[in-house]
Design a protein around this ligand. Sequence first.
Ligand code: SF4
Length: 321
Amino acid sequence: MPEALLEVNHLKKYFPIQKGLLNRTVGHVKAVDGISLSIQKGETFGLVGESGSGKSTVGKTIIRLTEKTEGEVKFKGVDLYGLSPQELRKIRPSMQLIFQDPYSSLNPRVRVGDAIGEALLDHGLAPKEEIRNLVLEVLKSCGLSSYHFDRFPHEFSGGQRQRIGIARALILNPDLIIADEPVSALDVSIQAQIINLFRKLQDTRGLTYLFISHDLSVVEHLCSRIGVMYLGSMMETASRDELFKNPLHPYTKALLSAVPIPIPKLKRERIVLKGDIPNPADPPAGCKFHTRCPFAVGRCKEEVPVFRDAGGGHFVACHLA
Ligand code: SF4
């Protein structure tokens, strides 16, 4: 098997809870609690879960926007947490993060073309006189034009702003893009256009994506493999087709039951989960999902289910699966 572009092993990210005048640590929010995944070059891995499942923290911890508590992250075989700040800065252009709201990261007074070119200058990746042409090229590949170079961020629609966000990542010629809810704030028709753009860029540039979303219907169209997270832990991973045809974890089944089917005669039985996702500072014992699982048995409250191979690369953490 070829070496994975990205390999994450037992990654943990705990945020301390501090209280009192002396800011004493009284507990931890276990945002990411032992996640493992690997992504091959050219693959799109979808990471799915409700808000509060820790999926965004996984993305940020992978590229060291926030530091890990434990675990290992290897990119092209290099241990990212073993790098010095200088070495990390050198490798950074190869791993780019795209946010849900690119507008918030754009300076309203800086023309879009300059904002996209800024990163090239910062990293010393191109001489100043070449930057305009490089930006025009990347704008074109993202469905924008030279007209947009001198416009300001407020002059763009939501979909165009996300194209700018993608262009800002692409200009650095990355190998891996971590896209965190990149289409969640967009209308459905615009979502489709942006997903098509992601796909086209993958075909033309051989990109690898970690695509983070709360919406299984969005990842279905783009991802070859999917991981389902709940309360900081991975509940199930499988190829997209296998996960949609044969979901094994009750949480995945519940998420899938909310995904509309294009054939009106076929209806999935809707599984409505009771209550909200528990507090990650005080997760339930045993299976973390037992407080909301319609199939929970006594053992689920005490014993943590092992994340095991159910066959053919389909992994699941459930006593009953
Ligand atoms: Fe539900 Fe038990 Fe499986 Fe957890 S281990 S998902 S509580 S059946």
